[in-house]
Design a protein around this ligand. Structure first.
Ligand code: GDP
Length: 179
């Protein structure tokens, strides 16, 4: 079955964004199909592997990196996103500051990659859609930012699991040009 087959591709996906935006919850949800239990202590750089199959039978091993509660400055950010194929920029839809910080993360990422090298696929991920009634980051603002920067756009809930697998699938498909 898909678990045993050698992957055609391996992709490095990194999750970044503000503390408390739900990065660790998202990683936990995706890696273990559960919410609220720490799959590891948040002590810094860590990753898990997830094997998926894309349309057309493309087997992919996703190496998903989560920085947990850390904030990354200059050189650390560089080390972390080195070799990344995709970056998920996660914010909390009920927290405007977390969205504004994602704008900063975006600029920092661009700085690291400069103008020449291959820039990874960047995905804008609004988390906590189970709290839609408390949304403070307007849909328009999200869509405009994503469009301007050529990011793919996603809304998920790490709590309920809504769209979580789909988000990673779509990012992997986008990177590999799989329709
Ligand atoms: P991190 O610092 O970005 O890794 O964020 P955490 O994963 O530690 O989550 C921060 C807080 O938000 C925790 O209390 C989580 O339980 C909560 N949280 C994370 N994702 C969701 C979500 O999708 N919905 C709701 N309601 N709470 C969430």
């Amino acid at each position: 079955d898909s678990e045993d087959e050698a992957p055609d591709k391996q992709l490095k996906i990194v999750i970044m964004g503000d503390g408390a935006s739900g990065k660790t919850s998202l990683a936990t949800r995706y890696s273990q199909e559960q919410f609220g239990r720490q799959y590891k202590q948040t002590v810094g750089l860590d990753f898990f592997l997830k094997r998926i199959v894309l349309p057309g039978g493309v087997h992919v091993a996703l190496q998903v990196w989560d920085i947990g509660g850390q904030t990354l400055g200059g050189k650390m950010l560089e080390n972390y996103i080195y070799g990344a194929n995709g970056i998920l920029l996660v914010y909390d839809i009920t927290n405007v500051a977390s969205f504004e910080n994602v704008e900063d993360w975006y600029s920092n990422i661009k700085k690291v990659f400069g103008r020449d090298t291959k820039i990874p696929h960047i995905a804008l991920v609004g988390n906590k859609i189970d709290l839609e009634h408390m949304r403070t980051v307007k849909m328009d603002r999200h869509q405009k930012f994503a469009q301007e920067k050529g990011m793919s756009s996603h809304f998920v809930s790490a709590k309920t699991g809504d769209n979580v697998s789909l988000c990673f699938q779509r990012v992997a498909a986008e990177i590999l040009g799989v329709k």
